[in-house]
Design a protein around this ligand. Sequence first.
Ligand code: GLY
Length: 369
Amino acid sequence: MTHPDVLVLGGGIIGLACARELALRGVRVEVVERLPAGAEASLAAAGMLSPFSEAIPPGPFLDICRESRNLWGPWVAALEEETGLTVDYDTSGSLLVALGEEDEAELDRALRNAREMGEPAEEVEIPALRHWVPDITPAVRRAVHLTGEHRVDNVQLCAVLALALQKLGVTIHYDSEVERVERRQPEGTVLIHGRHWRKEARLLVLAAGAWSGRIPELPPLPLRPVRGQMLLLGGVEWPWRGIVRQGHLYVVRRGATGLLVGATVEEAGFDKHNTVEGIEDLLAFVRRFLPGTAKSRLESIWAGLRPGTPDDLPIVGRIPGWPVLAATGHFRNGILLAPWTAREVKRVALAEVSGEIPELSPKRFLNGS
Ligand code: GLY
């Protein structure tokens, strides 16, 4: 049995990114993941890196989202260099499309926010929109192009991260559910108990997404699963390679001719099933919004559980009284925030910063601890 300096709990994009960042600084890291392979929400996501169209109000959190968006290009380049693989990371942007008055108000808000921050945002002529997205409905009234929104193939990215960790000598223990976590005094370490294993570490990074509040004996963080159902269409031949959104629904290119359609937002506990109603809503959206895709192949359907928090903000920082650093609760922005979270976790873990970001600290939910 090996005992790392830092044990990362969770093999999703956040956990893997944190493990890599620490391993690059010479920290001995291991990752434990409860599933036999891979991650939960990180694989279910659409891979949008979209701080503006996610309707995040201006303020410190939006600034963090923009900072993370800026980290993405260099992060992908470094991962490609480390692994010799390529990642489908696309900077075409988002097209926000208005069909009705409500959408127009949303476009105005996004335009205003982006411009106030000096982010490029421009109106798109309807003929140009039709060229990029030939399947778009004739009912389109207006469109805006946000070039500062990117996308990534998150499934590919997670695989590349796992390979990068392997090359750094970091072990990912799959199929390794944690049964309880014990604080060791006076050592100040943490003992993590699995079914047939135990590991002691100086620090535990808690990156278990929607499951982060259910680790026995750790102070319970108020995480809740928020289900998102998605589907994938195949055979969609468009010049446009980025994101297209109408209201809270979106389509995102995947691979050469794929089109992801998402997503529902449902409070359904840890139930990860697709439902007739959920898929029907997504299909109704895509038929209304992109009628030209009606004959496209329906390739697959799935659902993921976003890690929601009471204030919709992530939880990043030390859990009071425990050698545990939370990196969880990213809700709709886990893919976007992966490089920023990894950098922040590394800075806090290695005491490179004097404090934590109060708005994101676990302390806001654990006053009594
Ligand atoms: N970020 C998109 C979603 O959570 O549906």
